[in-house]
Design a protein around this ligand. Structure first.
Ligand SMILES: Cc1cc2nc3c(=O)[nH]c(=O)nc-3n(C[C@H](O)[C@H](O)[C@H](O)COP(=O)(O)OP(=O)(O)OC[C@H]3O[C@@H](n4cnc5c(N)ncnc54)[C@H](O)[C@@H]3O)c2cc1C
Length: 395
């Protein structure tokens, strides 16, 4: 007998990030009953600044779904990127090389906020502060959840469960041993990710390859910019006080030739770089979407974009499954994996071009390859066009 606090719905969604919330909105538009749970409060989720580069296909997808109103009015198109080395710099108009497709720049937390508003204003149900602890059954999924404030436990019972709870979430961890396998690679350095209360130093992204390491600049809003700095594997944020951050950025990114617009640092965090793909992305009627199923280095800005595409495939297949097509969910993994591996391949290639593999015996060789790739991008239109389509994503 269900306890009075138990929740029953067609589709249970664990995680109110981009994957979970896009699933929720698309299901709502199709009249399919769903409930979202997230372990954090809405304010905590909104405070998490991460991605900012939305691929063209996802900009169109959000527009078509009627979820892009604020994104279109407050975000901006981005079509060029710059590469800097000690020898010089060049700007690539990648949109013109990719058939006019470009990026849309809009902070992830604002998109998450828009998706939350739209789902709630359509009568949607999001339980903030409710953490999934475990999934007790995957055939007729039952997620065991706990209220972060009261400690009260609730069971979320559903026909299909979406594990959209990020890389460290509880849903994938609940799969039995051997149900899925992870193909993983760790990279031998970290990135210091920085958010500065400073207007962008340029109207485009800048990627810099310096003998001391990689550095990058990205716009987020007219008053906030993101920077990245390659750091040692054992570095901690405390090793990087603001004055050291700006000094290193001036050296590695500005090359003392291009001034940076500096400002107070809003956020500094150390990011270890890991690439993982779990396969299959499903166990019985529980499916994984977004970072819960795969993580990718931020190089190339693919993680959130993959999460949004997972959501689209999930919704199409769940609609068929609830309509009686018993085998529909089995199409999920084969449908998504080629796109996920294409993005992993691009991100891995890009990471190797931009970062200095200092600790490796082969570092000199790798740097030679990276320099050759950069020269190809600058001087060979076919190489530049290949980069452009990988960077901006498929149609
Ligand atoms: C610094 C940085 C920059 C990035 N830049 C880009 C970029 O430019 N472009 C891009 O495409 N990607 C980028 N990414 C990647 C992108 O942010 C992620 O891929 C994206 O957030 C994945 O979305 P998601 O919905 O799968 O997971 P998340 O956004 O991680 O959401 C998961 C949600 O699940 C909740 N949750 C976790 N555990 C539980 C639980 N047990 N119970 C209930 N809820 C739970 C969490 O609170 C969270 O709200 C970047 C990442 C970082 C760190």
């Amino acid at each position: 007998v269900a306890a009075s606090s138990d929740i029953r719905t067609n589709v249970g969604i664990v995680g109110a990030g981009p994957a979970g919330l896009l699933i929720a909105n698309l299901l709502q538009q199709r009249g399919i009953d769903c409930i979202v749970v997230d372990k954090f409060t809405r304010e905590q989720i909104h405070a998490r600044a991460r991605a900012g580069f939305i691929e063209w296909r996802n900009k169109l997808l959000l527009e078509r779904a009627g979820l892009a109103e604020r994104m279109l009015s407050e975000g901006s198109a981005h079509r060029r990127c710059e590469f800097r080395t000690v020898e010089g710099s060049f700007v690539l108009d990648y949109a013109s090389l990719a058939g006019g497709r470009m990026h849309w720049v809009y902070p992830q937390q604002e998109l998450v906020s828009d998706l939350t508003d739209s789902f709630l204003s359509g009568g949607g149900d999001i339980r903030f502060g409710l953490a999934c602890l475990d999934v007790l059954d995957h055939a007729a999924p039952v997620a065991l959840c706990e209220d972060a404030t009261t400690g009260e436990q609730q069971r979320l019972e559903c026909d299909v469960l979406a594990g959209c709870d990020g890389f460290h979430g509880a849903v994938r961890a609940s799969f039995p041993d051997g149900a899925l396998a992870g193909a993983a690679m760790d990279h031998p350095f970290q990135w210091l990710t920085i958010l500065a209360a400073a207007p962008p130093s340029s109207e485009h992204v800048i990627y810099a390859v310096h003998p001391r390491g990689y550095a990058a600049h990205m716009m987020r809003t007219p008053t906030v910019s993101r920077y990245y700095l390659q750091c040692g594997f054992d570095d901690s944020v405390d090793d990087w006080p603001p004055e050291r951050v700006w000094s290193e950025l001036r050296t590695c990114l500005a090359f003392d030739r291009h001034p940076l617009v500096e400002g107070p640092l809003l956020e500094r965090s150390m990011l270890s770089l890991r690439s993982v793909v779990f396969e299959p992305m499903q166990y019985r009627n529980t499916l994984l979407a977004g970072d819960a199923a795969h993580i990718i280095t931020p190089c190339g800005g693919k993680g959130m974009n993959l999460a949004l595409q997972d959501a689209v495939a999930f919704v199409e297949l769940v609609e068929r499954r609830l309509g009686g097509d018993e085998a529909a969910l089995d199409e999920y993994t084969p449908r998504r994996l080629p796109d996920i591996w294409r993005a992993q391949e691009f991100s891995h290639w890009f990471l190797h071009m931009l970062n200095i593999y200092e600790s490796s015996d082969e570092s000199g060789f790798l740097q030679g390859l990276a320099a050759a790739r950069l020269r190809s991008l600058e001087h060979h239109p076919e190489a530049a066009a290949h980069f452009a389509t990988g960077y901006v994503g498929p149609e």
